[in-house]
Design a protein around this ligand. Structure first.
Ligand code: F6P
Length: 547
């Protein structure tokens, strides 16, 4: 991968000069060009991505593509799919894409074809899911499993819970629960309603060293064994009710989980990109293995699109370039993701980890501090709820917040009345954000309401919408396991592309370590009579807590 400062490229300098010329352009005027909507729309599979309501011209697009070329995006993309060690700081390849390859594919990492091993694990997941779903896997009192509890955090929670919620329509009879926070109230509240005889715990931790997950797993095991007491042998009961997903088989064994109940994964799968691996076990349990596999197939299709489509017709590439345009030239700090389906209510939270843990970096690939902005802040909630919450700020606030609208042509329950209302809002919001409302329009509206002119003049300034707020619309046919897999994969590749453009390493996460280390020291303080040396504020807070 090229390790150059993007701001030193010819394209960046050209973009800077171009920005000065176009920064005040009104998007709505750009639509005088009758071909604009089509020219700034990408159609692929069941996806239509309309990025025409962005503050960019054909020249902007062409200069952004020049930047991609100068940053050697195509070469980097080949290295990514080819199993090169692009996660250099951890000495690993980044190959979650291998998990969604067809059975007969060949993907080599360190000279070894990993697909046979991936297939074996998938077979194991399939076999296990079939026995649990069919009820032939029995608990310690001979009853079938009714509830599955995923215990994990970060990538071992956010992906599975997001997908489990997104595919709720496809769920079978199993109830799936997710425990992540080390907050004891989370685990105890969740256990409260569960029956140990019919509950399966899936402990998910790539490293099996994560404090939150191990604490919750220990608490769950203790709760379980208290209930089992005397009714069965502890070992046999645990074997029926506890399985683990991890790369660390030794630690899993030490925890007391039968090695046969371990679903392995690999260090070339990053935590936040791991829902395609056995980390997705609770997804496969909830929706059945064939739906899980359809999700993988959808992601694989999207991999093909990203890998093969020309950069200018490539959804992840154009989404990433649009992000760079706003982040680095307009100074936009954040990006909102608004899915117009309640099923995707955890998608923004999932993307927060995927995007911000990946691209929240301030050191470039040469180990030097960057002198430009990198990872954008990502946030969001489903529409239309978000319209009644924070859309005020997007419409009339002082910040520029490029917003992604994600919506579906068809609803799952087929209620056209509701769906048309939902989608009317979806389309109207992007229209309103772009067009705004002029002073003259606001005045006319108030006049026609019969208001007297003094009152109108007082109110008019507050009724004006500047408009020119950028949006990108993803219109997808239907929320299916396949289209969900594709949607997630498209965003994954957007993350990769941004990392290449910003010359940073997207696949490590050293920034989460310091807090973990210090928490260990503080925990010693909380569990003893001493308070070690901290800054005065921290010492004061710890003492107040203990008092
Ligand atoms: O918070 C850092 C992190 O390492 C994430 O990257 C990861 O997804 C999460 O912790 C959980 O890690 P593990 O699966 O090893 O428990």
């Amino acid at each position: 991968m090229k390790k150059i400062n993007p701001t030193q490229t010819k394209a960046w300098k050209a973009l800077q000069a171009h920005f000065e010329k176009v920064k005040d352009l009104q998007m709505k005027n750009l639509f005088a060009d009758a071909g604009r909507a089509e020219a700034f729309t990408l159609k692929w599979d069941d996806f239509l991505v309309d990025y025409s309501k962005n503050r960019m011209t054909a020249e902007t697009k062409s200069l952004l593509l020049d930047l991609a070329e100068e940053m050697n995006l195509e070469e980097a993309r080949a290295a990514y799919f080819g199993g090169a060690e692009i996660n250099e700081t951890e000495g690993r390849a980044v190959m979650h894409t291998a998990l969604r390859q067809p059975k007969d594919a060949h993907v080599s990492i360190d000279g070894e074809d990993v697909i046979p091993e991936v297939n074996d694990v998938k077979e194991k997941i399939k076999g296990f899911c079939d026995t649990v779903i069919s009820g032939s896997h029995k608990g310690y009192t001979g009853k079938a499993i009714t509830d599955v509890v995923n215990i994990g955090i970060g990538g071992s929670d956010l992906g599975p819970v997001m997908v489990a919620e997104a595919l709720a329509y496809y769920h079978n009879h199993l109830n799936v629960h997710f425990i992540s926070n080390v907050d004891g109230d989370h685990v105890h509240e969740s256990l409260k309603s569960l029956n140990p005889e019919t509950t399966l715990f899936v402990i998910v931790s790539k490293t099996f060293t994560t404090q939150e997950t191990l604490s919750n797993a220990n608490t769950a095991r203790k709760w379980f064994l208290d209930k089992v007491a005397g009714a069965a042998s502890e070992g046999e009961a645990v074997a029926k009710h506890f399985v683990a997903v991890s790369t660390n088989e030794e630690a899993v064994k030490d925890f007391g989980i039968d090695p046969n109940n371990v679903f392995t994964m690999w260090d070339w799968v990053g935590g936040r990109f791991s829902l395609w691996s056995s980390v997705g076990l609770s997804i496969a349990l909830a929706v059945g293995y064939s739906n899980f596999e359809s999700m993988l197939a959808g992601a694989h299709k999207a991999d093909g699109h990203f890998k093969n489509a020309n950069l200018g017709e490539n959804i992840p590439v154009m989404m990433a370039l649009t992000t760079v345009w706003y982040n680095n030239f307009f100074g936009a700090e954040s990006e909102a993701i608004i899915p117009y389906t309640q099923y995707l209510h955890r998608f923004p939270a999932y993307l927060q980890q995927a995007i911000m843990e990946s691209n929240g970096k301030s050191v470039d690939r040469n180990g030097k501090h960057v002198d430009y902005q990198t990872g954008q802040i990502v946030w969001g909630e489903p529409g239309t709820n978000s319209q009644h919450a924070f859309f005020q700020l997007i419409h009339q606030g002082t910040k520029i917040i490029p917003t992604h609208f994600i919506g579906y042509k068809h609803s799952l329950h087929g209620d056209t009345d509701h769906h048309n209302k939902l989608m009317a809002n979806f389309f109207a919001q992007t229209e309103a954000l772009m067009n705004g409302k002029t002073e003259a329009e606001a005045r006319e509206e108030l006049q026609s309401s019969g208001m007297d002119s003094d009152a109108i003049e007082k109110l008019v300034p507050f009724k004006v919408f500047d408009g020119n707020k950028p949006t990108t619309t993803l219109l997808i046919d239907k929320l299916t396991p396949e289209s969900l897999g594709a949607l997630i994969a498209l965003y994954e590749h957007k993350i990769f592309t941004e990392g290449i453009l910003w010359n940073i390493y997207s696949y490590d996460q050293w920034g989460v370590e310091l807090g973990k280390q210090l928490a260990k020291n503080v925990l010693n303080d909380l569990n003893s009579d001493q308070v070690a040396a901290h800054d005065a504020s921290t010492t004061q807070l710890i003492k107040a807590f203990k008092s």
